[in-house]
Design a protein around this ligand. Structure first.
Ligand code: SF4
Length: 615
């Protein structure tokens, strides 16, 4: 399959669709037994910046009888032409239609890409609903952070991979291999029952969902012997080797550089953060492995800019030493490093300053809340003094702009906390004038709090649009001054995210209807058609506020409770109660174990937990 000549020049960025990039793997289609399409339900530029995709691509292609190829969502101009010409969606590597693959694996990292999954299946001429697929269709699977609440997408996905895919994917392929060898006649249900026995695999069609008479969710129970009542998240005890030969895009992508994951998991315990809860425990990559990996990345890809990735980079042990060693070893390559997700402290600023000789990076910190009380509540327990001290070091060292992230609508937030943001920004801005004689630019980015499954705030109501608009208004008025620039996210996007992230299986109808009404690329501000979604909820007989803006009692059954991410319900409840009392929980990396539930997983956790139980 290929594009007819007169298609690509009619669309924006044709290189999104051509494939053939450096390091892409094109295996012999006819001689390879198992064909997997790794599908990312967003644009090429976004998907090619994802960390998991190259890991899975590498892992699957390393199996002699497996080929893995990539496919991304088509931008509407391309989708319209493909439909008009009757061309089905096909992969970037061998250009085979998706329908010819054995397995289509979607990566679900953001709820607002759900309609894109349906759009991609439709463009591939594969029924979106699992109930309408048969033996002639590929198996459709999904993983990623959104899979920790799989229910809203349960109508469309044959099975979900819960947690880290590095080990479980190979077990899945093994099962599939055996099932495929039986020939075309082998029933799909047989495969479903077989994979349901693999820890970390959830087959929604093998579970029954019940609701209470008043519409509340009641339970999800297995319907066949092979399934278990709870599905445990897969966790790899040791980080697998880093990918050092990733596909190198021809066009600029969101993160246009090499990337090495230096650490997985975060122990800080921010109560709003899903990643901090669902990627525990912390696992570090040894320094020497990082040093070698960066060298291989340079040699294999030609990159001279590399990101050292982690949820909290400054917590990596001896990160300053690692940075110095990398510069020293790769001095002749003019290496430039970027360090995302830094803690707010002067150590982080000095660390960033050590990169300056090479290339001055932008500086971003996330206090999240404007008052110490609210920062304690969300467990981002940074004293105001520390924030101001850090800002002073930033301006002393010559930075001319600083970006600060805040979240609006956090649990227990009042107008005083909003006033706290205004005052804090004011103090930061004044510090810049003191240090530089003129004000630096302080950019404020406002997000809306979205309560997420498997966090201590999973029971909390999201604020409604008028409440958020009022707070935005206060901030706009209070921050109208020279040198301060304010940007914020549309609350409608966050509302939809809250509905989908804490939803149940009934939401499948609304997702399907919204897509039928034309909703795709919902996460792309200009593409969100909120009215479509409101109509879709209404037609499905659902009320978005029921999911997003309702405080849930701590004993209410939760539609995602059958997914066991490792962090226990008891820990989350305790954290919620501490939050309501305004009490912080110390970071277990530096203080005692908090018995979050992962104490059996890692030697450090085991030791810390033992100390806790003995002490
Ligand atoms: S088990 Fe203890 S040490 Fe390990 S992540 Fe949880 S709280 Fe931290």
């Amino acid at each position: 399959m290929s594009y007819p000549d007169n298609i690509l020049h009619q669309v924006t960025k044709p290189a999104r669709y051509t494939g053939g990039e450096w390091n892409s793997a094109v295996k012999d289609w006819d001689k390879t037994d198992i064909k997997i399409a790794l599908s990312y339900p967003d644009l090429y530029e976004v998907g090619m910046s994802n960390l998991a995709l190259p890991i899975l691509y590498d892992l699957l292609n390393s199996q002699p009888d497996v080929l893995a190829e990539r496919v991304f969502a088509l931008w509407p101009d391309m989708a319209a032409i493909m439909r008009a010409r009757g061309i089905p969606l096909f992969s970037l590597e061998s250009k085979h239609p998706l329908a010819d693959f054995d397995i289509i694996g979607f990566s679900l990292g953001y709820e607002l890409t759900y309609t894109n999954v349906l759009e991609m299946l439709d463009l591939a001429r594969i029924p979106a609903l699992t109930s309408e697929r048969n033996a002639s269709h590929p198996i459709v699977i999904a993983g990623g952070s959104c899979a920790v609440n799989p229910e809203p997408m349960a109508d469309f996905i044959d099975f979900f991979v819960i947690g880290e895919g590095e080990e479980v994917l190979l077990e899945l392929v093994n099962s599939f291999r055996g099932w495929k060898r039986q020939g075309k006649g082998a029933p799909r249900e047989q495969l479903f029952r077989q994979v349901a026995t693999i820890p970390g695999i959830y087959v929604p069609s093998l579970y029954r969902v019940e609701y209470q008479a008043d519409g509340l969710f009641k339970s999800i129970t297995p319907t066949v012997a092979e399934t278990r009542p709870t599905i445990q998240r897969r966790i790899v005890t040791k980080l697998p080797p880093p990918v050092t030969k990733p596909v190198v895009p021809y066009i600029e992508v969101i993160h246009d550089r090499g990337a090495i994951e230096i650490q997985r998991g975060c122990s800080r315990g921010c109560r709003f953060c899903q990643a901090g809860n669902i990627y525990r425990p912390v696992r570090e990559r040894p320094q020497e492995e990082v040093l070698q990996a960066v060298g291989e990345l340079i040699a294999n890809c030609g990159y001279n800019e590399v990101s050292l990735l982690s949820l909290s980079t400054s917590d990596y042990p001896n990160i300053d030493e690692l940075v110095a060693s990398l510069y020293h070893r790769y001095d002749s390559h003019n290496l430039s490093l970027s360090l995302p997700s830094l803690a707010i402290d002067s150590f982080s600023v000095r660390l960033m300053d050590s990169l300056v000789a090479h290339k001055k990076p932008g500086l971003t910190f996330a206090p999240e809340a404007g008052s110490e009380r609210l920062r304690r509540t969300i467990n981002k327990n940074i004293p105001e003094d520390e924030i101001l001290k850090t800002a002073a070091v930033v301006f002393d060292r010559g930075w001319t702009s600083l970006k600060l992230y805040f979240m609006l609508g956090l649990p227990t937030e009042t107008s005083d906390d909003i006033e706290g943001i205004i005052q804090l920004v004011d103090k930061v801005s004044s510090l810049s004038r003191k240090a530089r004689g003129q004000r630096a630019q302080v950019r404020i980015s406002l997000a809306t709090f979205v309560p997420k499954a498997h966090t201590p705030f999973q029971w909390v109501a999201q604020e409604n649009e008028p409440q958020l608009d009022y707070k935005h208004g206060l901030l706009k008025a209070g921050l109208r001054r020279r040198g301060v620039k304010l940007s914020w996210q549309d609350p409608k996007v966050s509302l939809l995210e809250a509905v989908l992230s804490r939803g149940d299986r009934r939401l499948g109808k609304a997702i399907y209807r919204a897509w039928q009404l034309g909703s795709i690329f919902d996460g792309w501000g200009e593409h969100l058609n909120y009215q479509n979604w409101l109509s879709a909820f209404e037609e499905a007989g659902l009320e978005p506020g029921f999911y997003a803006q309702r405080e849930r009692p701590l004993d209410e059954p939760l539609p995602w409770a059958h997914i066991d991410v490792g962090v226990t319900l008891a820990f989350l409840k305790h954290e919620y109660q501490l939050a309501m009392k305004g009490k912080a929980t110390p970071d277990c990396r530096y203080k005692a174990c908090n018995a979050c539930g992962l104490q059996g997983w890692q030697p450090t956790c085991q030791q810390k937990y033992q100390q806790l139980s003995q002490g």
